[in-house]
Write a protein that binds this ligand. Structure first.
Ligand code: SF4
Length: 80
């Protein structure tokens, strides 16, 4: 398991989050723009948690494809 990184405070509460190992590549924004965005400094974060199955799949894809493993999915469950 990768070293635990600190989660960005900007993440919407819920299952998915971005941590401080983010390298600002913007891939997650491209994959799931409804769920991932960036700060003015380029840090990725989750701005809306998924609700529908298709949205969870997109977030899972972003998690898998993040080049540095900065996306986690073991936060609290999304509030529906
Ligand atoms: S894909 Fe990963 S490294 Fe790239 S912006 Fe998103 S969280 Fe950051």
């Amino acid at each position: 398991m990768a070293e635990l990184q600190q989660r960005f405070e900007f993440n919407a509460p819920g299952k998915y989050y971005v941590d401080t190992s983010c390298v600002h590549c913007e891939l997650c924004h491209d994959i799931a723009p409804e769920h991932f965005t960036k700060t003015r400094l380029g840090e990725g974060f989750v701005h809306r948690q998924p609700a529908a199955t298709s949205e969870f799949l997109l977030c899972d894809q972003a998690l898998r494809e993040c080049p540095v493993g900065a996306i986690g999915a073991n936060g609290e469950e999304a509030i529906r």
